[in-house]
Design a protein around this ligand. Structure first.
Ligand SMILES: [Zn+2]
Length: 243
């Protein structure tokens, strides 16, 4: 009986460790990733996943208004659907990362599946933005076996987040409150300018939350920057500078 409980205890501990390795923001077992920047600089990286969508241009106007340069993690298939909007991300000075090609969860998938999802997305992003991504945000924040090797092959580092707006399900007011509460030096904030691969998604709550949040962060003296700037890593780009 005691031995049986011991086995169960070990199994429960192993399951807990595995769950943390898959989803934990600071876990490194399946692949290394960052989830925050240095606390010594008054800077915050606001990031947007799952775009581009038909409403991304409206969001870009809000970001321009507040001189915020952000990092976007678009889905490869969404880029193929809206390539002109995707091009606009880089044209307006934002950084573009890799968020997979189809946005299928990596959990329980074969390493070759991860490789294909990442490799195709690298090419799709580079094709429209001129930027070969250096940052990877895994779909649903979910790592799996084979990810570490795939990241190394493609020169990618994982990026999680320190504050999550939950904007796919919360009101603008709630998203704003969550991000305001998470704002601190070195924060990486997670929002979405699309809703997975939904056509014409409603992201009005996201845009409204950003419209309220950015001027407040700037008033508090935060520099709103890309993940590369936050983590002091030079961004590789094939785009000609100054254009
Ligand atoms: Zn996503």
């Amino acid at each position: 009986m005691i031995a049986g409980l011991g086995v169960l205890g070990v199994a429960a501990a192993a399951a807990g460790t595995m769950a943390y390795a898959v989803r934990g923001r600071s876990a490194t077992l399946l692949a290394p990733s960052h989830w925050r920047g240095p606390a010594g600089r008054r800077a915050i990286a606001v990031t947007f996943d799952d775009g581009p969508s038909e409403s991304t241009p409206e969001l870009l106007d809000v970001l321009d208004e507040h001189q915020a340069r952000c990092t976007f993690f678009p889905i490869g298939r969404n880029i193929e659907r809206l390539p002109e909007i995707a091009k606009e991300l880089a044209r307006r000075g934002h950084e573009v990362g890799n968020h997979s090609y189809t946005h299928s969860p990596f959990y329980l998938r074969h390493p070759q599946f991860l490789e294909d999802e990442i490799a195709i997305a690298q090419d799709v992003v580079e094709g429209v933005s001129g930027q070969r991504p250096v940052w990877l945000r895994v779909p649903y924040g979910c790592r799996w076996f084979g990810l570490k090797d795939a990241q190394q092959r493609h020169g990618l580092t994982g990026v999680m987040w320190s504050g999550n707006g939950l904007d796919w399900k919360k009101s603008a007011k709630a998203v704003h409150a969550r991000l305001k509460g998470a704002a601190r030096s070195g924060a990486i904030l997670l929002l979405h300018d699309g809703r997975e691969r939904t056509l014409r998604p409603d992201i009005r709550n996201t845009i409204e939350a950003v419209r309220r949040l950015l001027p407040e962060l700037r008033e508090q003296g935060y520099h709103l920057c890309t993940v590369s700037e936050l983590l002091c890593q030079k961004q590789r780009s094939n785009a000609s500078s100054g254009s």
